[in-house]
Write a protein that binds this ligand. Sequence first.
Ligand SMILES: [Zn+2]
Length: 308
Amino acid sequence: MAVSLPPTVRPIVRGWLNSNIVVLRAPGDNVAIDSGYCTHREETLALLAGPAGLEGEPLERLINTHCHSDHMGGNAAIAAAHGCRVTIPEGEVKHVEPWTPQSVWMARFDQRADPFRFDDTIGAGDTFEGAGLTWEAHGAPGHDMDALVYFEPRHRLLVSGDALWENGMGFVWPEEGANPAVAAAHAALDAIARLDPAIVIPGHGEPFADTAAAIGRARARLDAFAADPAKAARHALKVLFVFALLDKGSMRVEDLEPYLARVPCYGELAHRFLGMEVPALARWMLADLERAGAVTVRDGLVRPTMPA
Ligand SMILES: [Zn+2]
């Protein structure tokens, strides 16, 4: 069911490689939240400027929910096009300054992002003005321990990033035994439940109104993954690989195994949680993703089925 938002609050819904962009319209003080993935920078600029976004007006400020590559990859392009102020969560500074392949996770996960400069930071308890409304920043650790969500109390709107989607949330890195990230994610969902948002605008997927049901689904997933770290690892492996496929568009079947061997996160997860070596991992991954309909294999090429 379509939700009803103030006309100045404009989510631009995208796919899984590119996070949604939330445009908060106010003449002379336009704000956007999150910026998509770097390879789609031209599309990002066009969507942002277009009829669903700024309608040709300039952007004054760009704010991130967190600094993963699918949320901040377009920061540099947007800043260059609009000369806007760039604001990141204060906990993310250590990941982007200095900008190295390690600090921004690129080396370990084979993701990309254009280096960008930020002008200031925002932390839990801070507020900002967007669309003539005041938005509160709340900590939402778990998927990213430094992530924030943004809440507007008058209409009870929540921009949730990857802390809560309609069906789940951004994956939490698995651990054997007690997992502080899972505990943090539950606490973040507690905090969201207390805010009692009427409408959630997630980082991926359409805005939704049934927050309680979504929180219940996210909690059930967290619990299932916490109870079975191997299941959590399999999920993380598939999510990371599909993301890489969305980035590349396709991969030759024979390149799959060398790719998984080359990019550190795959061997790490498979070895530690599944006791599996890379050749077995490649066979399992392809068969499982194909069975689930997440990829197709044709003419020797693996392709993702979901939108970028
Ligand atoms: Zn995301």
